[in-house]
Design a protein around this ligand. Structure first.
Ligand code: MLT
Length: 211
């Protein structure tokens, strides 16, 4: 069913791109909003369409995508519920804006990377590709998902003060075990993104699309 943009359930921005084969779904970090990752999206794929929702959970005035019990300690039930809800939003938005669900690449930073990983591991939405910047393991699925054909770029920071070092390795292993093709990039940086890794992710995306 084609719904009007205001009834899709998330405050969001949609920017229609020239390249109809690719829609980046941009998922911001804690304290961000739907504007935050638009510049990153334009670097990653200048001609792609961009869909950028704002997380609905507010923690001390800061928007995010799911509840947590403490820093790094997730409310997994809420995370799963909101992963499904966000996947439904992307599907509904595809009808509203006229893009193919299979053209979707998820792009998440920090909290946004964690809900992107939640959507994937719960198989609520299995995109064509995912770029996860500073992710953690959202939860360990009860049954291994089938992620054959999915390409994932993980980018973690060697000096990240928020994400423990083993987390991104663990996520990469979970995704690989489920059949995804994972590229794990490590930057000599902290939790913040660098221009260099955005360029690396952009090259990776271009290669993935032409492979
Ligand atoms: C999370 O809660 O998702 C992580 O701790 C990262 C963040 O704070 O955004």
């Amino acid at each position: 069913m084609k719904r009007s943009p205001s009834t899709l359930g998330f405050v969001h921005r949609f920017i229609s791109g020239k390249d109809r084969r690719l829609t980046l779904v941009l998922l911001h970090g804690t304290g961000g909003n739907e504007e935050d990752l638009i510049p990153l999206g334009s670097v990653l794929a200048p001609d792609a369409s961009l869909l950028s929702p704002r997380g609905k959970v507010v923690e001390n005035g800061l928007p995010r995508f799911f509840h947590r019990l403490a820093e790094g300690l997730f409310d997994v039930e809420d995370l799963k519920f909101r992963s499904r809800e966000l996947a439904d939003f992307v599907n509904d938005a595809s009808a509203t804006y006229g893009f193919e669900p299979k053209s979707v690449a998820l792009v998440g930073y920090s909290n946004g990377a964690n809900i992107a990983a939640g959507m994937i591991l719960g198989e609520f939405l299995v995109p064509a590709a995912a770029m996860l910047f500073r992710p953690m393991v959202p939860f360990t699925p009860d049954n291994p998902p089938n992620l054959n054909g999915l390409r994932v770029f993980i980018s973690s920071g060697n000096f990240d003060q928020m994400v423990p070092r083993g987390e991104s390795e663990r996520l990469a292993r979970l995704l690989r075990d489920a059949g995804a093709k994972v590229t794990h990039n490590r930057e000599d940086s902290s939790h913040g993104l660098t221009n260099e890794e955005a360029r690396k992710a952009s090259r990776w995306l271009l290669d993935s699309l032409t492979e």
